[in-house]
Each structure stands twice: as C-alpha cells, then as structure tokens.
Write a protein that binds this ligand. Structure first.
Ligand code: HEC
Length: 151
C-alpha cells in the first residue's frame, strides 16, 4: 500500500516535472503574437517598395535597399513562431500548417528565396529589375496566404 502510494506520488512528481518543462516552453498566444508582429514588420518594409515601383511615390533607391535588407533578415523569422499547438486563439493561421508542415515550409523557403533576390536587385540600381522582383515576391506571399491563412 505504502509502496503503491509512493509509486503514484513519484509518477505525480514526474508528470509535474514534465508539466513544468511544458510551461517553460512558449505559450501559444506568445507565439501568435510573435509571428503576427514579424509579419507586421514585413509589411512595413515591403509596402513602400511596392508604392515606389508602382509610381505612387517617387523612387528612392536608398530606401528600397534599406527595406530590402531588413526584409532579408525578417523573412527568416516567422517560421519559428509556428510552434506546435499554436493554431489556437486570435490567429488566422490555418490548422493545415501543422498537418502539412512540409508544404508550408516549402512556401516559406520560396518566399525567402524571392526576398533574397529582391535584396540583390535592390543593390543593382535597376528599377525595372526591382519592379519585376517585387511582383515575384508578392506572389510568394499570396501563394502561402491562399493556402495557409484564413480570410
Ligand atoms: C509561408 C507562409 C507565408 C508567407 C510566405 C507570408 N505569409 Fe503573411 N501570414 C501567414 C500566416 C499563416 C499568417 C497568419 C498568422 C497568424 O494570424 O497567426 C500571416 C499573416 C500576415 C499578416 C497579418 C499580421 C497580423 O498582424 O495579423 C500580414 C500583414 C502578412 N502576413 C503579410 C505578408 C507579406 C507582405 C508577405 C510577403 C512579403 C507574407 N505575409 C508572406 C503566412 C505567410
């Protein structure tokens, strides 16, 4: 009996420990906030390039280069925010992200590649090349949103 009790409290302690480990991991709502914040920064840096290549505001090569350089770093940040179990709460992430992780990571990789090219052409000074590559990058955003983001 005592042995049984001891055993079950040991099991209890063990699972407490696992629970504490779990709590030390990122909370789903923090992961959601993190990735949404990164996407807000991505939009902040991406939109002005669009406005310039569309002629809505005067073209400023230095600003394009700065935004593109920030984007290259930012593009590497969202993935780690899609932690296991964070398809809950105030999020537009579809559960398919966690069911079809390979496809999601492939689209994330495509996007990083397009942003990388955008950063390269931003330094070349060719407005036409930037315009083209802006379009290709925007398409990589849309490809993922269409599949993995709720309306
Ligand atoms: C590989 C997938 C993927 C790519 C690529 C991607 N997004 Fe997203 N984006 C998402 C998902 C999923 C969400 C929803 C996140 C959430 O609500 O938890 C999102 C949300 C957003 C949001 C809303 C953030 C908020 O505050 O709720 C913006 C803005 C955004 N993306 C812009 C962009 C732009 C601009 C690009 C391209 C330059 C891009 N995204 C590329 C998947 C992607």
């Amino acid at each position: 009996m005592i042995r049984k009790l001891l055993q079950s409290s040991l099991v209890g302690l063990l699972s407490l420990n696992i629970g504490a480990l779990g709590a030390a991991e990122v909370k789903p709502e923090d992961a959601v906030e993190y990735r949404q914040s990164v996407y807000t920064l991505i939009k902040w840096n991406f939109a002005p390039i669009g406005a310039m290549v569309k002629g809505q505001v005067p073209y400023d090569a230095a600003a394009v280069a700065r935004h593109a350089a920030f984007l290259e770093t930012l593009s590497k940040m969202p993935l780690e925010g899609f932690t296991p179990g964070s398809d809950v709460g105030d999020t537009k992430a579809k559960p398919e992200i966690w069911k079809n992780r390979q496809e999601f990571e492939k689209l994330m990789g495509d996007f990083q590649e397009q942003v990388n090219k955008l950063n390269q052409v931003a330094g070349s000074g060719s407005q036409t090349a930037v315009k083209e590559q802006f379009g290709a990058t925007a398409k990589s955003c849309k490809n993922c949103h269409d599949k993995f983001r709720k309306e």
